[in-house]
Design a protein around this ligand. Structure first.
Ligand SMILES: Nc1ncnc2c1ncn2[C@@H]1O[C@H](COP(=O)(O)OP(=O)(O)O)[C@@H](O)[C@H]1O
Ligand SMILES: CC(=O)OP(=O)(O)O
Ligand SMILES: [Mg+2]
Length: 398
């Protein structure tokens, strides 16, 4: 069966087309830097040259259309007809209390739509992806796989906010987390590389991309994670503020006359490294600006690194130790500078990386310094493979 997976990230759309017999990849592609200058589609059909279409890609709707067109492109396409697809799997960032993946029907779409307010950069684009596939493939099953599902097993003291209990019950306010499929994938890969069952390892997985989150894993389950009720919480991100004193929200609304929608936009789209640096939401631009001496780009970088260190330290404390540290996603996989800065001066915790091994970009590699107690890895995430497996299982179960 051929399964197409669509992964709508906040700054990107990624897709992979799998032949599930042998889990071979027929084509993979990426639209990146959506909405900022220099956006581009890269389509890589297995065994052929890559196709790159340089275009300003304003939004996820256009990005999804380009991805679907690339699959049937007369020169670089890998299928003649969309009917060759046996199923489509979608990554959904906010699944509320959905504990596992489901087949798409009207009620799933309604639930994802209702959660759009809690993941404004993600659930809307993912719904556009589902609708685009429904339009071209009305009879093909579609499956949604939720970022939140892996975190559903967190202990109550990790997911409960100290607000009035009844109010949290009424509105289902709790920590949901995100990037769960990615955290689980890299954790399983790391356990395989270490040669021990995941259940025996204390692990911290750092998913650092345009959206970033850090997860503590114990007994093969998410024990705590930095994203919260929404993917706005935790680390400083491309355009998201991450953790701030909640009093700042009401303070600014009062001082500036902001509406809830204004505040939501400010914190989700105008903050983070973009807001601090005034340069860009993309860490490649931040690194270049820093190298050119831009002080606000340096400040944005330092805030990001400092916050990441604080989460790692906190999670070592609640795990009572650490066996494995993993870096993944756009920045975590591709920036030796970010990994070096985050791991610097963490030898007290047993974390030390080897500068030579750490040169790696986009490849699976252990980067532990000789003698360090904690084993540190770079592991490219593969949310799409996890989603394809889930999609296949659900479609076969009927
Ligand atoms: N080579 C690189 N060097 C530094 N940072 C990078 C590099 N490639 C990607 N990034 C960072 O990773 C981000 C994309 O991360 P990714 O996880 O793919 O995106 P998304 O959060 O949209 O899923 C970019 O916005 C950029 O900040
Ligand atoms: C949840 C989230 O921020 O996802 P992404 O990093 O793919 O935008
Ligand atoms: Mg992503």
């Amino acid at each position: 069966m051929k399964i197409l997976v669509l992964n709508c990230g906040s700054s990107s759309v990624k897709y992979q087309l799998f032949d599930m017999a042998g889990e071979t990849v027929l084509a993979r592609g990426l639209v990146e830097r959506i909405g900022i200058s220099g956006s581009v589609l890269t389509h890589r059909p297995a065994g052929k040259d890559k196709l790159v279409r340089e275009a300003e890609i304003p939004d996820h709707k256009v990005a999804i259309r380009l991805c679907l067109e690339a699959l049937t492109d007369s020169h670089y396409g890998v299928i003649k007809d969309y009917n060759e697809l046996g199923a489509v799997g979608h990554r959904i960032v906010h699944g509320g209390t959905f504990p596992h993946s489901v087949l798409v029907d009207a009620s799933t779409k309604k639930a994802i739509g209702e959660l759009e307010a809690l993941a404004p950069l993600h659930n809307g684009p993912a719904l556009r992806g589902i609708e685009a596939c429904e339009a071209i493939l009305p009879h093909t099953p579609q499956v949604t796989v939720f970022d939140t599902a892996f975190h559903q097993g967190m202990p109550d003291y990790a997911y409960t906010y100290s607000l009035p209990y009844e109010l949290c019950q009424k509105y289902l306010i709790r920590r949901y987390g995100a990037h769960g499929t990615s955290h689980q994938y890299v954790a399983l890969r790391a356990a395989a590389l270490v040669g021990r069952p995941l259940a025996e390892l204390k692990m911290i997985t750092c998913h650092l991309g345009n959206g970033s989150s850090i997860t503590a894993i114990k007994n093969a389950k998410s024990y705590d994670t930095s994203m919260g009720f929404t993917p706005l919480a935790g680390l400083t991100m491309g355009t998201r503020c991450g953790d701030i004193d909640p009093a700042i929200v009401t303070f600014l609304m009062e001082k500036e006359g902001y509406t809830p929608a204004d505040m939501d936009r400010l914190m989700n789209r105008q903050s983070g490294v973009l807001g601090v640096s005034g340069v860009s939401s993309d860490f490649r631009d931040i690194e270049a600006a820093m190298a050119a001496g831009n002080e606000r780009a340096r400040l944005a970088w330092d805030i990001f690194v400092h916050t990441a260190k604080k989460y790692i330290g906190a999670y070592v404390a609640v795990l009572n130790g650490l066996d494995v540290l993993v870096f993944t996603a756009g920045l975590g996989e591709n920036s030796p500078e970010a990994r070096e800065a985050i791991c610097r001066d963490m030898d007290y915790l047993g974390i030390k990386i080897d500068p030579e091994e750490n040169r790696v970009r986009g490849q699976e590699k252990e980067i532990t310094a000789p003698g360090a107690r904690v084993r540190t890895f770079v592991i490219p995430t593969n949310e799409e493979l996890m989603i394809a497996r889930e999609t296949m299982a659900l479609v076969q179960a009927g």
